[in-house]
Design a protein around this ligand. Structure first.
Ligand SMILES: CC(C)(COP(=O)(O)OP(=O)(O)OC[C@H]1O[C@@H](n2cnc3c(N)ncnc32)[C@H](O)[C@@H]1OP(=O)(O)O)[C@@H](O)C(=O)NCCC(=O)NCCS
Length: 167
């Protein structure tokens, strides 16, 4: 467990979680299923390492699932329960540090074409775009029929974009 301070001075603890059911419950509540499609593969909570940010009352504020693929830490999901409070910033800093400590060469993340908040979030943290997968959302829908057709700002969800942070 490590501690991290948000920009507004809130102390968070970042904890690695062994209980996969915590992420399974979270993903199911949020997306209707325990699984995310990243880099053409379905990752469910049981395949992922889990890390979460907690406040001093042990309330979970954000959660992420990641896996090491070769020399890449693949961030399969990161979700903030209370957005724009600096929580995911602390969590991603901890993930990046952990990736370095494991000897990874890069951290890779994937966002859908409507997700400007995440694109902004990653770019502000020095991630660079490395790929655009046109119509990738069709593959999601073939696996998870409940994948929404429309996303943020009423934008049709069609494509995915990959971002990387070189370590
Ligand atoms: C993308 C996401 C994870 C960011 O999480 P977050 O906890 O809101 O992130 P933070 O609060 O750390 O940072 C977001 C912005 O809020 C700002 N912020 C932090 N504290 C703030 C405060 N007290 N008041 C106002 N803004 C604040 C941050 O500076 C940051 O802005 P910047 O990027 O310009 O520096 C979140 O929007 C989310 O869960 N989205 C849905 C899931 C998703 O899209 N995940 C990514 C793809 S897998």
């Amino acid at each position: 467990m490590i501690k991290g301070l948000t920009a507004s001075g809130q102390m968070l603890s970042i904890q690695h979680i062994d209980d996969k059911a915590i992420l399974a419950r979270f993903l199911t509540q949020k997306w209707g299923h325990d699984g995310v499609v990243v880099m053409g593969k379905v990752w469910s909570s049981k395949d992922l390492n889990i890390v979460a940010a907690y406040d001093e009352t042990e309330q979970m504020l954000a959660i992420a699932g990641w896996v090491i693929k070769g020399d890449t830490l693949l961030l399969a999901s990161i979700d903030s329960i209370f957005e724009r409070k600096g929580v995911a910033s602390v969590l991603i800093d901890a993930i990046v540090e952990h990736a370095r400590s494991l000897g990874a060469k890069r951290v890779r993340a994937v966002v859908t074409n409507d997700n400007f908040e995440a694109m902004r979030f990653y770019q502000r943290r020095n991630f660079r775009f490395t790929a655009l997968y046109v119509n990738a959302a069709d593959a999601y829908r073939a696996i998870f029929q409940d994948t929404p057709k429309t996303g943020y700002y009423g934008i049709p969800i069609r494509d995915t974009l990959e971002l990387e942070l070189i370590l």
